[in-house]
Design a protein around this ligand. Structure first.
Ligand SMILES: [Zn+2]
Length: 461
């Protein structure tokens, strides 16, 4: 007997009579019964990741029977153990699992409710969505399509403007994530390194972001996500993921950045970044200026060639967050040492940075703290580590007490473009000119402290 006839003969088999007739034989469970759904707490639209099909849950579940449903439930759960999620919410892309009420009403629910909250998912508890809302979510992709195409064109214009990029290859059709991923949006080479750009206009599923990143890493290419606008005050999960994975940089292209690239023949992107930094703070008791850790926010045009590209980490960035935090912490300790003579924490940090237990000379340590305070004073426009009136006062303090580093100070200020007219006014102007010419108080400038020179390179280069 072939399979077809076996199936068609099924209605004559004894067990077929049991359906709905003799339910007790199944101990109250009938695998052939249709699935009942509930509208309560329901993620109304779910997407099957394997084929990117989106289902209306209230229509789809009743087409399954209870046997199929109870096969699907453990499948979803065990895939989840492997961090694979066969079904995701069609609105926010977060994984969903099947659940049931005691009356056997079945529904899909976000696996992690707080993530759906963060993503601003419209399918949350006790929210009634109109048909219009549902259609909006379902057809969201079409409107996103126009933004996606526009963003790709802007990326293409940016790359074409800079001869250091190979002629970019553009994926001409737009496809939503539901249609599956075929080729990168825009691909090119920068100085021989394959770089691909993906336009990011909506909440791409985090799992897909992770898959692509891994794919390009293995392929020796760098994936750069490009947004079409700066995220507003409510960051979506996607923004936060992309931002943190890329050393607190997030890139945007717009008409202005593309036009500037064409005008200068240099590829520019707009970069939103949070750089770990320090800021001045008045101490309560001593009235001296101390430093505390801060984040400096910027949203500016950045030439692509200023980004450090790292395939292994899949990052394109101007700074490394951990290193900037380390540097900032060290500056905070320098200010505390100068202001309150708290030398031990600074000494230990210095040995840590140099990875050496070799003791640090006390006098050299004081000179180092004064030097860093002077540079930070010029940078921040206040008298760091002291109760002096202005930044120039801290520079003069180094001149008066620490001739072994005053040449380093003059050099570093000019390297950082901190040699402003404001700073040059008064005694420091004449003094720094003398130091530059190699003299100090009518004698040759003393040999500058070598270890401090090396530490300056670590702190500011
Ligand atoms: Zn959702």
């Amino acid at each position: 007997m072939d399979l077809q006839s076996e199936v068609s003969n099924q209605s004559n088999a004894p067990h077929a009579y049991r359906r709905g007739v003799d339910r007790d034989c199944f101990g109250g469970f009938d695998p052939t019964a249709p699935v009942r759904v509930t509208t309560k707490n329901t993620v109304a639209l779910v997407t099957r990741v394997a084929d990117r099909t989106t289902f209306d849950v209230s229509e789809w579940l009743p087409t399954l029977n209870m046997g199929e449903l109870h096969t699907l439930r453990p499948e979803i759960r065990s895939a989840g153990v492997r961090k694979e999620y066969p079904f995701i919410c069609a609105a926010c892309g977060e994984p969903v699992v099947l659940k049931a009420y005691t009356d056997y009403g079945h529904y899909f629910s976000h696996l992690e409710k707080h993530r759906a909250e963060q993503a601003g998912c419209p399918f949350r508890e006790s929210r009634d969505l109109s048909q219009e809302d549902l259609d909006r979510i379902r057809y969201h992709g079409q409107r996103e399509g126009a933004r996606h195409v526009r963003t790709k064109v802007l990326i293409e214009r940016t790359l074409r403007a800079d001869p250091r990029f190979d002629a970019p290859k553009i994926e001409t059709t737009w496809r939503s994530f539901l249609e599956g991923w075929r080729r990168p949006d825009v691909s090119s080479k920068w100085d021989g390194l394959p770089v691909v750009f993906e336009a990011q206009v909506s909440n791409t599923y985090p799992q897909i972001v992770a898959e692509r990143t891994e794919f390009y890493r293995r392929d020796g290419a760098l994936l750069v996500w490009i947004f079409d606008r700066r995220p507003d005050e409510t960051w979506r999960t996607l923004h936060a993921d992309a931002f943190c994975a890329n050393q607190q940089h997030l890139f945007v292209v717009d008409e202005e950045s593309a036009a500037e690239s064409e005008r200068q023949g240099i590829a520019f992107v707009r970069s939103y970044s949070l750089r770990p930094d320090v800021r001045p703070v008045k101490s309560d008791n001593s009235h001296r200026t101390l430093l505390e850790m801060a984040q400096s926010e910027s949203f500016e045009l950045v030439p692509f060639n200023e980004l450090k590209l790292d395939v292994e980490r899949q990052t394109a960035c101007r700074f490394d967050v951990k290193l900037e935090e380390r540097r900032s912490r060290h500056k905070v300790l320098c200010a505390a040492a100068q202001a309150n003579s708290q030398m031990t924490p600074l000494k230990e940090d210095l040995m840590d940075i140099r990875n050496s237990r070799r003791p640090v000379d006390e006098k050299a340590l004081c000179a180092w703290a004064a030097l860093v305070c002077a540079i930070e004073s010029a940078r921040l426009g206040c008298a760091v580590g002291t109760g002096l009136a202005n930044a120039a006062g801290v520079l003069n303090l180094v001149y008066d007490h620490y001739p072994s580093v005053v040449g380093l100070l003059v050099g570093q200020l000019s390297q950082l473009n901190l040699d402003t007219e404001e700073i040059q006014r008064g005694a420091w102007g004449k003094r720094s000119a003398m130091v530059r010419s190699g003299s100090y108080e009518g004698k040759p400038l003393p040999e500058q402290h070598l270890a401090s020179r090396m530490m300056l390179a670590w702190l500011y280069d």
